[in-house]
Every structure is written in C-alpha cells, then in structure tokens.
Design a binder for this molecule. Sequence first.
Ligand SMILES: [Zn+2]
Ligand SMILES: [Zn+2]
Ligand SMILES: [Zn+2]
Length: 392
Amino acid sequence: MENQRLLSGHGPYYGSDNPGYCPAAAAAIPAMFAPPVSDPSAPSAPPASMFDNVPGYEGTVMGGGGFLPPPMPTVPVPMPEPGQTHPDWNIPSITEETARDAFIMFASSKCCYSSDPARNGVITRMEAFNTYRYRLETFNESRSTEWSQEPYNGQPVDAFTQAVPGPWDVPAQAPAFFKDHTQDIRVPYTSSVKNCYVCLGMGRTPCKDCAGAGNKVCWVCNGSGYRHGNDRCSHCNGRGRDNCSHCHGQGSRDCSTCHGRRQILMFINLKVKWTNHIDVYVVEQASGLKVDNLSKVSGKEMYKDSQYLVYPVRGFPDLAVVGASERLVREHTANYSQTSRILQQRQTIELIPITRVSYQWKGTTYVYFVYGNEFKVSSEDYPAKCCCCSVL
Ligand SMILES: [Zn+2]
Ligand SMILES: [Zn+2]
Ligand SMILES: [Zn+2]
C-alpha cells in the first residue's frame, strides 16, 4: 500500500539537477539518504526588466510609494460672517428637575450605587459653565501607484495600445462626502504579460518541505529503516525515507506567484484613498469637569458651514473659537492640499451645556455635572457606593 502510493507519486521533477527519489533503488538499499538540495533562492522582487516604462508613472515601484501630488488647489473665497448669535450662555440651560432626573438615572444605571443621595439630596446651587466646541473636517482624496502582478489567465492585455492617463486623470467613484473609503483601480493601458520571474516560466518551484527531494527522513524509524533491532520499518518499508506529503513526492509544487500558469500579468495599480480628517477645539471652562467627557456628548449646533474650502470663522463672539478656526483651517490647508486633493470641508460650532450642581446629603456638600444634549452625568464623589465599587 505504502509502496503503491510512492510509485504513483513519482512525477515530474523541477530542474535537471535533482534526480529525486528512485523507488527501484529503494528496494535494494534498506536505508537511503537523498542529498539535501539547496533551495535556489527565489527572487523576492521582480527584476527591473519586468516593469514597462510608462510615461507619468516613472517612480512607481512594487509595494507602492508615496502619495502623488495633485494639480494645484484653488484658494478659498471669504464667506459672509456667521450670524451674530449671543445666547445668554451663563444661565443654566436645564431646570432643577431635569438635573435631579438625570442624576437619578445615573445612580440607577450603576449596579451598586444607592439612589438615595440622588433622590433625597437637596440641591443648593446650579451654575452654568457652558462652552463652545469648534470642529473642522477636511475630506480629502489621495492617490498612489504601485506595480502589481497576478497569475495570467487570459485577462485583457492593453499595454502600449493607447496613451496612459495620468494618475489624477483616472476616473474614480468618490463616496459620499466625509466618509472614509478606498478603491483600487487598474490603470488602463498598463497591463502586459511577462514570463514568471519566480519560476522562470516553468510553472513549478522546488518543494520547500523536502528541499526538492520528494521524500524526507522517515519519522517512525528516524531514517534507519529498522525498528526494535532487526524489524524492518513497516512505515517506510525499510527505505528510511518517506514520501513528502506536501508535494506528493514530486519534489516540486505549483509556483505560488503564477499559480502554475508560467506567466503573470503586470499592471500599475492606482490606490485611491478618501479620508475625513477631524480636528476639534473645545473652549476651556473652569467647572472642574474633565474635558474628555465632552467628546461623548453633542451640543446645540450654532453654526455650520460646508463647502469646497472653508474660510476661517469671523465675527463669532468667543475669540478663542475664532483663533482656533484660523489656526486649524491654516493647518488643514497646509497638511492636505500638497499631497492630496481636498474635496470638501465642514466647520461647526456647538454650544455644549454644562451645569455644575451642588447638593447636600446627610450634612455634607457634594457636586455633580450634567452636560450635553443627552444630560449625561458625571459624579466623582458620589456618597453611596457599596464597598465593592469604592475602588472605582
Ligand atoms: Zn521508517
Ligand atoms: Zn516535498
Ligand atoms: Zn511562476
């Protein structure tokens, strides 16, 4: 049985310098040691001759390079000043009842908080620390090229049939604004067929597991051909070697680069990447609430401006917002217009309500915060946590 499988596995060999395993010889010699075949080091990268010279794509390499600069951007046009909105923003934007309800909700959402302080604590003071959040988004498109390859299966070959469009002239389907997306596009008129450089057009490469021999030292008798003294090893029939299961005794396998097709299709792949870059500035406030909390809530949108290129906000009552807008618009223009193409920008200003609530419970004063449109609560000194949670 073993021997039959071995005989039927005697297939074509890769190259002429590797005789492989001969079953006839094995019958005569109990233990045979095939000489190890040095694995001819397969090239990791194709030779330069594989790459056609494509005008406009001279720097293109395998694995991709840097992003390609787009055509020059135009300059933004100043927009009318945003409406003068002066909300009376030092008045708490929530009522005492809302503050208490939010606090009770908060306490009951924690498994081991008693809701007693939230229900029965006496609110003594409500202060507003409302603040502004400015957000700038820049939605850009960047493009890079790379030489790519795939097994040749009769795909269209179009190299040199027409002039190749420039990297920024290849049409791409942009997603909706402000949505991240990537697309790979085969650049037209760059596809050509080449002999596979890994197997040199043979379609097969030496098996790595048996170094091309087609067989390996028998793992049962460890190559001796015998077990327990004079018993012939039944696993290898006393040969000392065992058929390589990875290549089915052939010593070679289908080339992994051309999948045994002997030829590969070379083409330039254009990688198009759409990214929404977001920067946020929150005006400092002195309530004691950690600013990180604010990233989880929304505010009241007071200003929104979306266009190809925005102009920094002007005439807004809070000068910190005006300064942040100037700085961020300048940074985004510098960062995203050189190596990418800006498709759209959006800037918003939100008023985020923050109310600092002081209350008394069992003779001691505590503080909690209610913030955001969602009435989120933060309470670091909640007085009735059970012991298992006190470490939180
Ligand atoms: Zn054996
Ligand atoms: Zn093998
Ligand atoms: Zn190949």
